[in-house]
Design a protein around this ligand. Structure first.
Ligand code: SF4
Length: 679
């Protein structure tokens, strides 16, 4: 039997590792290495290696469904699309287009995300967002403001060229395991590794300097480091003078923020803050990697800006081995943002509140009345659904009933909608409350481009057919759009990419033909003869005066603190064997078999006071609800802090809706809670 090898991209994290799906008799039968892939070099982590387990899974959605009595009825695509057109059409007619909202999917291709946001805007609603709101919205806001581009500045393999790697708020050894290979390579060449995290993790095991800070105190830590760098004259005066603006005000803002003051707030010894400051500032090439540990805060944007500040004052940017590296969570969350599936931006990060943007897309799309943004964010849509300000939603490949904070109230809000359509590959918690469910193809059952966390755009080919009558998201979106009277005539992903080439300047030269080559292309790629831009900001910043912007930030505590009633701080995150809300990894036998249950990490001294032993079932409660988890005692977590992974439905019952005032990301990383042993 002939075995065909089809090149594709891992459906999980933003590292975007490539591999071949081996296909026999129209079934995906195995994975073959892609040794030339620039990030993974053929390596995959446990999630990537298990990714085929979801393709032929018996729980895949195989037919459109409509709610019937207490259950579901299988229906034809004609009936399903008709119901969607009626549900959305009635909400628009009765209440106006601004009463509907759409959620795009960072699991979908660039072409699909482009079409989803275009559909929303052609319908007249500004409410289009994606799950970046839950992970890296502060990177979009903070990096655009300070550096003029919302992307990782350097390629992942360039980590090996760094001589000091500062990892803050990222357990990349578990969450982006293939990235950690490059850190080991740098360490082998003598690099110093600094890790700042409230927990000791497999990432902190790599650290030469480990800064175990209290949750929500990142700004204080970064200001303490900046103070020391300025005080010791470790700044790059030439770079500051020639390439940046705002240093004088910044210098004033850190003047009194000594390491001792930072130590008081963060719980990190002042001498470790000083060591970290010296190591970062004085190395010939330093790089900062960060992830949701600093973005999922009410101070998320400030945290990102404080990171940029360190790079700008030391000149550690725009060169090999330097830069600011946000590690994006989902495999196409970067692309979903690039494509304008965000309330603040049309495609290519053109501001949605700029009349010039509206004019430009009105012409490009031949649409005279496009909505001005920003609209309601992903989490604000849910609040608006609860209050009746949003009446209908179209949710593609997202599961807010599991992934949003205070998830019990999210479910109630979704149940209250006049009409909800969910498009996904499995029956998620969100799909369970929908009126209509549309079965979508998984990544290897369709083709299109994905953009990884280093801005690398890669083409993923179709390996197998989707199950039953499931369809690629692109086809479904076109069906729905046409049923709503729009002229969505896109025969394939390549035809959408051709439009993206015309409307998104960063992707102008990233054509279907060029994506056929190994390793894809890294944006910005402004023309068909441009090689792409692996390192950003080498010769200036895409800001008005070409200078990087150093922005003073001020420490604010997290929205929730310990109290008599809720004496612990709950922080949440990921583990190696699961991904995001778990809709795929919890169905993957080899992953769920090794990590089957929700757990809560507790410091042994706290556990002893509460009479809790390792493995005991405990109740974790916050103002929003209660959930059960198995106690896991570990010295790796500070006293007074507990940790739960968010891949299981129980965790986000607990988390707070308090959000960053600019990026409007919820503060998943700090919720006041109490713990009690279940008898
Ligand atoms: Fe997939 Fe990320 Fe693992 Fe690579 S590191 S195999 S992209 S989950």
């Amino acid at each position: 039997m002939t075995k065909v090898l089809v090149p594709t991209i891992c459906p999980y994290c933003g590292a975007g590792c490539g591999f071949f799906v081996a296909v026999e008799r129209e079934r995906a039968v195995g994975i073959e290495q892609m040794p030339y892939h620039p990030v993974g070099e053929g390596a995959l982590c446990s999630k990537g290696n298990a990714s085929l387990e979801i393709l032929h899974h018996q729980e895949r959605l195989t037919s459109p469904l409509k709610r019937k009595d207490d259950g579901w009825a299988k229906i034809s695509w004609d009936e399903a699309v008709g119901l969607v057109a009626r549900g959305i059409g009635e909400a628009m007619r009765d209440y106006g287009p601004e009463k509907i909202a759409l959620l795009a999917s960072s699991k979908c291709t660039n072409e699909e995300n482009y079409l989803i946001q275009k559909l929303a805007r052609l319908l007249g609603t500004p409410h289009i967002d994606n799950c970046a709101r839950l992970c890296h919205a502060p990177s979009v806001v903070g990096l655009n403001r300070t550096l003029g581009a919302a992307g990782m500045t350097n390629p992942i393999p360039d980590i090996a060229n760094s001589r000091c790697i500062f990892i803050i708020g990222s357990n990349l050894a578990e969450n982006h395991p293939v990235v950690s290979r490059w850190i080991h390579r740098a360490k082998d060449a003598g690099a110093v590794v600094i890790v700042a995290d409230p927990r000791a993790t497999p990432t902190s095991w790599m650290a030469d300097i480990f800064l175990q800070l209290s949750p929500g105190t990142d700004v204080a830590l970064l200001k303490g480091i900046a103070h020391q760098i300025v005080k010791e004259g470790l700044i790059d005066r030439g770079y500051i003078a020639e390439r940046t603006r705002g240093f004088e005000e910044f210098e004033g803002s850190v003047g009194e923020f000594t390491p001792e003051m930072a130590a008081e707030i963060t719980g990190v010894p002042a001498e470790d803050i000083i060591r970290a400051a010296r190591a970062y500032a004085s190395s010939p090439a330093s790089m900062i990697l960060y992830s949701m540990g600093i973005t999922q805060h009410t101070t998320g944007t400030d945290n990102v800006q404080a990171v940029s500040n360190l790079a700008l004052i030391t000149g550690h940017i725009g060169r090999a081995g330097t830069g600011v590296m946000p590690l994006r969570g989902q495999n196409n969350v970067q692309g979903a943002c690039d494509m304008g599936a965000l309330v603040e931006f049309y495609p290519g990060y053109r501001r949605a509140d700029d009349p010039g943007t509206i004019d430009l897309f009105s012409t490009a799309w031949e649409a005279p009345a496009l909505p001005t943004g920003p609209g309601l964010t992903a989490t604000e849509m849910i609040g608006a659904a609860a209050s009746g300000d949003i009446r209908a939603m179209y949710i593609v490949g997202e599961d807010p009933a599991n992934s949003d904070p205070s998830s019990l109230s999210v479910k109630r809000a979704l149940e209250g909608l006049d009409f909800l359509v969910v498009q996904d590959i499995f029956m998620t918690a969100t799909a369970l409350v929908a009126d209509v469910v549309l079965p979508a193809a998984a990544w290897a059952e369709k083709e299109g481009s994905f953009t990884n966390t280093e801005r690398r755009v890669q083409w993923s080919s179709k390996a197998v057919e989707p199950p039953g009558s499931a369809l690629p998201d692109l086809e479904i979106i076109c069906l729905v759009a046409r049923s709503l009277g729009l002229d969505f005539d896109y025969p394939d992903a390549a035809s959408v990419l051709a439009e993206i080439n015309r409307t998104v300047p960063q992707y102008a030269g990233i054509t279907r033909e060029r994506l056929g080559k190994e390793g894809g292309l890294v944006w910005p790629c402004p023309s068909c003869d441009h090689p792409g831009t692996p390192i950003l900001h080498s010769s200036g910043f895409r800001l008005a005066d070409g200078r990087g912007s150093i922005v003073p930030v001020h420490y604010r505590p997290a929205a929730e603190g310990e109290s008599l009633e809720y004496p612990f701080l709950l922080t949440t995150g990921r583990i190696a064997l699961h991904h995001n809300a778990g809709s795929m990894t919890r169905r993957s036998p080899s992953l769920i078999g090794r990590a089957p249950d929700l757990f809560v990490e507790i410091n042994p001294a706290d556990a002893e006071k509460l009479g809790i032993d390792d493995g005991d079932l405990v109740a974790v409660s916050t103002e929003r609800g209660e959930t059960e988890a198995a106690a896991r005692l570990t010295e790796g977590i500070k006293r007074g802090v507990v940790f739960m992974p968010f891949h299981f439905p129980g965790t986000n019952i607990l988390t707070t809706e308090a959000a960053d005032p600019e990026a409007r990301i919820p503060e998943f990383k700090v919720s006041a809670c109490r713990i009690a042993r279940r008898d």
